[in-house]
Design a protein around this ligand. Sequence first.
Ligand SMILES: [Zn+2]
Length: 1045
Amino acid sequence: MIKTEKILHLKSSRGRKVRVVREHYLREHVPCYSTLCQAGCANDGKVLSGEVTHYVVPDAGVLRDYLEVLEFRELQGIVLTQTACHSVQHSRGRRQYNRLRGLLKDPRYDCVLFANEFQKYSYCPREKGETQDRWQTRCVYHAAVWYHDHLTGLKPVVMITEDQAALAEYSSLHCGVYVLSTQDYLRTFWPELLAAQELYSSIAQALQERGGEGSEREYVDHLPAEILEAGIKSGRFLQGTLSVNRHRAQHEAFLRMDASNKNTELNTDVLVCGGKNRNRGVHSDVVVVELLQRSEWMGRTTALTDQQGEEGSGEEAQSQPMPTGRVVGILQRNWRDYVVTFPPREDSQSQSRTSQRILAIPWDERIPKIRISTQQAETLQDHRVVVRMDSWESTSLYPSGHMVRVLGRVGELETEVQTILIENGIHLAPFSDAQLREMPVSSPERPWQVDPEQEASRRDLRESHLVFSIDPQGCEDVDDTLSVRSLGRERLELGVHIADVTHFVPEGDLTDLEACARATTYYLADRRYDMLPAVLSADLCSLLGGVDRYAVSVLWELDSHTLEVQSVWYGRSIIRSCYQLHYELAQSLLEGEGGQVPELAQIEPSERDARLARLTQDLETLTRIARHLRARRDKGGALELEGVEVKAQLDEEGNITSLVPRQPLEVHETVAECMIFANHWVAVKIQESFPQQALLRHHPPPRQQVFSQLIDSAKARGFSIDTRSNQSLAESLALAQDPQDPQFNRLLRMMATQAMSNALYFCTGTCPRDQYYHYGLALDRYTHFTSPIRRYADIIVHRLLIAAISLDKGVGPGKPRANNKELEEVAHQINNKNRAAQRAQKQSTELFQCLYFRDKDPQTDPGCLSDAIVYAIRANGMLVFVPQYGLKGAVYVRSREGLVLRLRRDGGCEWDSGSVHRYPDHISTSTSSGTSTFQLFNHITVRISVQASRCHSDSLHLEVVSNKPHQPSQPQPSQPQPSQPQPKGRSQLVQEVLLQAEASQRAQDERAQGPRLSREERQFCQTARPSLYSVLEEVRELALQTLAL
Ligand SMILES: [Zn+2]
């Protein structure tokens, strides 16, 4: 080893230049991390593939400015030098450096780190008078040459640089080592990767523009890092996340405080008013705020604005002054990809013929306009485009950014769906070839078979147990199956058998990493994106009837009479499901109405009857056990939050996004109860085996004040709701029935659900024992074990359970790999992804609702009139729920112009001058011609129309037509009651919209002109569009999942 000195010129955080001398050791052997290595390097871990045409070595400048381009997974064989990486660390900060490290760690990217500065023959010391940039470029070039020679010229090596001098000097110096500009490189080697080329030019342009910026300050400079830090320590400054009010995005933002704050007197948010005080803070950034003088404090605006719906408290104008501050510094930018629309032609300020600077308008109202330069401002009118923000200087009124890619035309289904995914941070590239190569083969020619080794090591239940599944009709991915059998007179055995996904997905495989990144299967209104490739989710891990499958089983031995658990067995098994039942069939067998069991169709009658009797008996036993389990949980205070006939879908805040009607079949509850039982027992097992590192799911008890709306509303109808415990809540909800109107109880349950927080995953080692409790299910420990095909949490839990079993046996590793901190991070990421998935599902439902109503004339189309129920009273209107379309929103009785709604004698409404009076259980308007009243929980008629928006999402607008229930003008005999939700309403809605979208797509294909669209437009679609029925069933299932907690 040779010792030398390395001299660095660094910049301190105050901008001072510092000269640092470091000892530097050189070695002969530094791993090259290439599979082609002939020299016997110690290449542990990730290595570069040999199946590429060349290797590419970006220099420091390229890595600094064009990292995004290198992040295209299509690019392969990338060698990152230590020199270039250090330069990124010093000049671009921790965030970009972490991205770089992520890239190097992630096996899905074909790139490695070569420690060129430790390699004796590739290191070159800096020469006197040489600039840092020049020296770094020279180092990278020497690294490229060494790499080429080290691999004995087996692969050409391309160095890419933006440095003109380097291009001239090095391009023909060494045979087999090419030096190209990034642009030439992309054009030569990746001509088909247009998206990368476009991204390159857009970044290049943004860099160029940034050079020529004005110097006049628009904002106060941010304070230096050490002053911010000291200020936070002393309590003078406050640190937190900036949250912009969507409805008053220009004016109002709040600081949501971190736990780290020293100023403990403040336990509210801090208001930040106006752009100057926000001082370039962007929604979700971590910022530092200084409080203003008390005399300058202001109140938040709380008047109901349009579209505000649920959120406004209904108090007029400004409330009490609250702590108010201004942003003095930014600790962390949490910028992401933003979908934007270009301004209309007349608004864009032309700068030159080839390039235009425009202010793009983000889809998310909370994000400021972004200044970008583009040559396509004209052609991309009416398109949605993805941009990234680069910087926000104090001299610029708006942040600057660059274009990443084009999504498609505004208003088209694909564009809008992709917009929803991107805005929720959901990235779903198709499964890569490398990932799919990890998958087992299963084709008609080479059917998958049970491995004899597995057969020997697993408990074989194929002959001994009658296993069956009960799922929605048409379900492809059967996660769970059940069995029940008698063990003599005194004992019963209940079995839950779950697909053994982790057998096929080893920890750390590409498929595992991708599944972890996705965290869940995504269900949108018209499609789904699977967490696992189809060969697993729809085939090998789907516990289909009549085929051998690996499973993880839990078998309980119960006392036949008391049904108390005597013992429990956990382990890997092989099963062959005998019957693949659907809910309706199972229920009809239970009720003695018979039914066609497909598996028995070909069997002779006497045998068939015997088998049917056995199956029916099993179903009955199962029902008996489930009733017992349910009754025991009910005693503990389990909540049935959703109505029996309706399941609500919720978003992250617990708002109801729609109601999914379903038949009230007991067998639903039976299956759900068995799954809850299995989840609970697995939770107990893994928590006891790994007290510090088990993944559980808890549901925190709600704060009492969130129930005020529920209590007040119920009181208006003469019912009292007791929210002191989950048990009293469940009991009082059950009593609050209006025999005249089944919707009343339903709405109360929705309001109760809405008031609660969501259940969350957590790691046992990071949470006090008394917080493990699951409030909604009334269980002391709970987790998710029963759906490993579509939830990553279940995959982790399966691994923990398998590790716990090995621990008991004293074999195998016995210990889960992740420590509790890592596990907590994964839990956090899964919680975030679940929230994103729910938000995306909600937004896609709203999208379909808007697309459905878009082409209807609200004045003439009878479909636009609907029954609605008032469920809350506000100062200037009411919140209503529309069962037919599963939507909710605000209706106003006072217009923005100050007119109030007056009911005519014929039941119609019109606007007039007058006043509004609000009471706990009704709201009334007074005009010269009388008083009109709207009662809480009454049915009224509303008109639904679309409020179109070019830059943001469209929204639905509701207005009162009459304070009487809706009477359809031509009653259809097939409709039960106007107030009943119609089971087919939503599916028809989705179908109609899809047909429209297809027709317009065809029309467009025929025209085949217009601006070039991005190739990625459709590539994210992975699942062939399944039948509408199965999609709706899945959405329904998901709703169950969400609420079943
Ligand atoms: Zn080597």
